[in-house]
Design a protein around this ligand. Structure first.
Ligand code: SF4
Ligand code: SF4
Length: 469
């Protein structure tokens, strides 16, 4: 039977991890600072462009362009996104095969935001024991103040996260002023409201339940693990010895005494369990719920250091290493995913660098297919669409190849001029001499579009047809 979201919240509330210091905690902290700095500051960064918005990164809904510094993605380039997603997926598989769930433990939004929410909770309510005590006590002034302040900051961070996301979809300065004066589009308010609510619920309440019950990644990750994968593991042989773990009572204080009595190095302090954000005991072996955040490594290393014993009772290792065998990082699985990732990134590179800066599409007018003019000449009409992807205006010349005695009429236009990073629709007529006897009905020919001014250099050839009768 599936669990309801209420059960998730109740379940998550029970986990009150203890804070811990150590190298993995520091790495997680630096990644969090970097991720937050990038996410929250990027919409405010200005970037000079000849054409387009002056925001460094913007999904410009008005012009349907995605601007990333000097790189502009047009709607017709959207297939790049599918290549990028494929690359992201296989690269994630590759990393998971080598180093387990590092993405979950260090980079996932859910982990990063939950970490920040826990930090707020820790700063206001104190560490694990103080929080557990606060949870148990009745709703007195202290509890109302501390819980109220925690939820205020959670809501503020949720709101700022949601608003920042919205700022990527328009000019950040304009949008924020419109937002607070009630002039922003309804979609901006609705998106902010939905994202505020979901961030608040996911990072403040659901937390580990999202990893456990909602995220599909934890379900299929086990398919990518093998005996060579680096995972956070408890060194069972060292920790349990022959007779199991034991607390350091007087007679078993030194390592030698413990060893001679067959006792392992684990002092059963429970610190590794208390710091675990997923509430699991790593000593029970590899578990589906473990997000490989490595905080239990920090916790145990601190304990080992305190006793002056070797660190690494819990460490990043592989099943092979634990059994004293050599690790084979280059195996069928890792090499396969690595090659797939390289192919995907190569394809993306080729497709971006080889992408035409001038897109031309032509469709022939069907109604009527041809017109016989008063002087007997035959006229066909075509709809052109030019897209100039450069940041300079382009002047283009249009000519015919493979159609004798014919000329192009642009109507009132003298030259084809396409503004920088803009499209131009044009109605073009091709007029040919009167038909000769036995003239074929369809004549294949080519339009040649030659740039004569601007940043474009390569001509574009388009196959088309001329209908004579
Ligand atoms: S068992 Fe260790 S690595 Fe796994 S989630 Fe808990 S603290 Fe993180
Ligand atoms: S932190 Fe280390 S010593 Fe303490 S219970 Fe966990 S594994 Fe044993």
């Amino acid at each position: 039977m599936s669990e309801s979201p209420v059960q998730f919240v109740e379940y998550s509330k029970a986990i009150q991890p203890r804070s811990v210091e150590g190298r993995f905690r520091n790495i997680k902290f630096y990644i969090l600072i970097l991720a937050y700095a990038v996410f929250f500051l990027l919409p405010w960064l200005r970037w000079e462009r000849a054409v387009g918005p002056d925001q460094a990164l913007i999904f410009d809904l008005a012009s349907l362009r995605f601007y990333i510094f000097d790189f502009v993605i047009h709607p017709q380039d959207i297939y790049w996104l599918s290549i990028l997603l494929f690359f992201a997926a296989v690269f994630l598989f590759f990393i998971t095969t080598l180093a387990g769930r590092v993405f979950c433990g260090y980079f996932c939004f859910q982990t990063l935001w939950t970490d920040a929410y826990r930090w707020i909770e820790y700063k206001i309510q104190g560490d694990r024991v103080a929080r557990l005590r606060l949870d148990k006590q009745s709703w007195n002034k202290e509890k109302i103040q501390k819980k109220g302040l925690t939820h205020f900051f959670w809501l503020f961070l949720s709101f700022w996260t949601a608003l920042t996301f919205v700022l990527y979809w328009g000019d950040a300065f304009e949008l924020i002023s419109d937002f607070f004066t009630g002039k922003a589009p309804a979609a901006a308010y609705i998106t902010t409201l939905i994202l505020t609510a979901t961030t608040y619920l996911a990072a403040g309440f659901a937390r580990d339940a999202i990893c456990r019950h909602v995220c599909p990644y934890s379900r299929f990750q086990s398919a990518m693990f093998d005996e060579n994968t680096l995972i956070v593991s408890y060194d069972y042989n060292r920790g349990e010895g022959k007779k199991g773990r034991a607390k350091p009572i007087k007679t078993l204080k030194s390592l030698e005494e413990r060893k001679s009595n067959g006792i392992g190095d684990c002092v059963d302090c429970g610190f590794c369990v208390q710091v675990c954000p997923m509430g699991i005991d790593i000593r029970e072996g590899l578990q589906l719920d473990c997000i490989h955040c490595a905080l239990c490594i920090d916790a145990c290393d601190n304990i080992m250091e305190k006793f002056g014993w070797d660190k690494g009772l819990i460490k990043y290792t592989s099943e092979n290493n634990l059994q004293g065998k050599k690790n084979k990082y280059l195996n069928v699985r890792s090499v396969g995913y690595g090659i797939a990732a390289l192919i995907a990134i190569g394809l993306l590179y080729i497709s971006i660098t080889g992408s035409a800066l001038l897109n031309v599409s032509v469709s022939q007018t069907r109604q009527p297919l041809f017109v016989t003019m008063s002087d007997g000449k035959i006229q066909n009409s075509y709809h052109f669409n030019f897209i100039n992807k450069t940041m300079k205006p382009a002047i283009l010349d249009l000519s015919l190849e493979g159609l004798d005695d014919a000329e192009i009429s642009l109507g009132k236009i003298e030259k084809i001029s396409v503004r920088a990073d803009k499209a131009l629709r044009l109605f073009v007529k091709v007029i040919r001499r009167p038909n000769k006897p036995n003239e074929p009905r369809n004549i294949s020919f080519r339009f040649k579009v030659t740039p004569i001014k601007g940043d474009l250099t390569e001509p574009v050839i388009i196959e088309s047809q001329f209908i004579t009768h």
